[in-house]
Design a protein around this ligand. Sequence first.
Ligand code: HEM
Ligand code: HEM
Length: 180
Amino acid sequence: MSILNDNQKYGLISIIFHWAMAVIVLITFLLGKNLQDNFENYYAILALHNSFGILIFILAIFRITWKFINIKPDALPNKIIFMKLASLSHIVFYVIFFVMPFTGYLLTNLQGDIVSFFGTSLPNILERNSDLKYYVHDIHFYLGNILLLILGLHILGALYHHIILKDNTLRRITLMKLNK
Ligand code: HEM
Ligand code: HEM
């Protein structure tokens, strides 16, 4: 298994980035959704949510750098509209990896809390402001819903390739052997 991507498949580093970030994004999302129903543990959950969210931001910088160093495996044939949708959804994922942590950071400060990154307190960049908080909360909330929608389409697309088209789309971003 090669470290780098080639024309046929993703290399080991891209595969690790994909699946590690998929797990971390899901954890962060679920922690975010749990915040409002969990008053007793609110600050513990918020600290974890902050930490994983910022980790996504940092990993996304490394992942994009790695993308530029590498070549992209050739797209496997599909209807043009699906190929365009797939590329668009990948771009939206990357936008979300940056904009959600940014709005989350602002939101934490606006509600009067300090952002924590695995035990380290990070500087406040905004003062508490209840009016602005509602707007930023809306952006963070709607982006979360867009993330869920795109993820649903992404998984359906992957399964469509794997089960219906029976091509290597899913195989080549895992450790599975490629079909000839
Ligand atoms: C939150 C979870 C996930 C995120 C954020 C995510 C994001 C991405 C991104 C950005 C890419 C583009 C390649 C790259 O930049 O490295 C990609 C590719 C891919 N993902 Fe995911 N993914 C997630 C979960 C999943 C799951 C659960 C599956 C399978 C059921 C999956 C299957 C694939 C496949 C097959 C590709 C390759 C597509 C191609 O070759 O064009 N992903 N994913
Ligand atoms: C990709 C990263 C992130 C994702 C996917 C994410 C997702 C979410 C979700 C789904 C919610 C619940 C929204 C709702 O239903 O009302 C939420 C709330 C929140 N998130 Fe994030 N978030 C991310 C990053 C961050 C970061 C980095 C911070 C702070 C540094 C943060 C701070 C907050 C705060 C303060 C709330 C509101 C809590 C409340 O309503 O009491 N988020 N997030």
